[in-house]
Write a protein that binds this ligand. Structure first.
Ligand code: SF4
Length: 233
């Protein structure tokens, strides 16, 4: 990952609250693989009933950066992997432009089953409610406990809510690095699917550039974190 901005501008700030993934109880297991096996039988909320399959987080178990999205979309539900649909492609492109290697990161979602409304043959995305987010924080909290990353990136409002609670909002805190009692900061930004919904071309380009700018903070933070670790050795 290459640092492009001044890392001193990226120091995290404290937050008084955390969301259910960082403050509540969560599943216990010896590994991410064991967690995933447990989650395959999950009935903590009703979303497992209509989804094709569980879509658990994926990436190296020694990943230093974790990206948290909202929930799997239609393509992810069918494929069984996170961020493989249109929004995942936008994320890939923007990560590349920001100098972040996706293959070194762990990608997951706040909610592990696809929630949708059936309209004819189409399955339209439906936003998970607070109860579903709370229920599925059982798994996200456990993933983060296993991974113990240097940095978590919250992609969109659902991820922000499960990680940081209701006092933080994407509109207000976008681009902020917010410290948490878990020992790592959370970077707040949009979900890449937002970029796909913008109709106005110039607005879409501006928002995309801003998203790349947000993601550049991942590379900057990682470079600074590594320097601090080396100085302590
Ligand atoms: S969405 Fe999460 S909590 Fe709900 S059934 Fe699926 S894995 Fe369990």
């Amino acid at each position: 990952m290459g640092a492009r901005n001044n890392p001193r501008q990226q120091m995290p700030r404290e937050t008084a609250s955390t969301g259910p993934a960082l403050s509540g109880e969560h599943a216990e297991a010896r590994s991410i693989a064991a967690l995933r096996r447990q989650a395959e039988g999950c009935e903590r909320c009703d979303l497992y009933k209509n989804a094709t399959q569980l879509v658990f987080g994926e990436g190296p178990i020694d990943a230093r950066v974790v990206f948290v999205g909202e929930q799997p979309g239609d393509r992810e539900d069918l494929a069984g992997h996170p961020f493989v649909g249109p929004a995942g492609r936008v994320l890939d492109e923007c990560l590349h432009e920001a100098g972040v290697d996706r293959s070194s990161c762990y990608l997951t979602n706040a909610v592990k089953h696809f929630k949708f409304e059936q309209r004819g043959k189409r399955r339209l995305h439906s936003r998970p409610n607070a109860g579903e987010i709370q229920s599925c924080a059982w798994w996200l909290g456990a993933e983060l406990e296993q991974l113990r990353p240097d940095l978590v990136v919250a992609l969109g409002a659902t991820a922000v809510m499960t990680l940081l609670g209701r006092s933080v909002a994407v509109t207000k805190n976008r681009g902020d690095l917010i410290d948490t009692p878990a020992g790592y900061p959370v970077l707040v930004t949009i979900h890449p699917s937002y970029l796909l919904r913008i109709r106005d071309g110039s607005d879409a380009a501006a928002q995309r550039a801003r998203f790349v700018e947000d993601l550049t903070k991942v590379a900057v933070y990682e470079a600074e974190h590594e320097r601090r670790k080396q100085r302590r050795l």
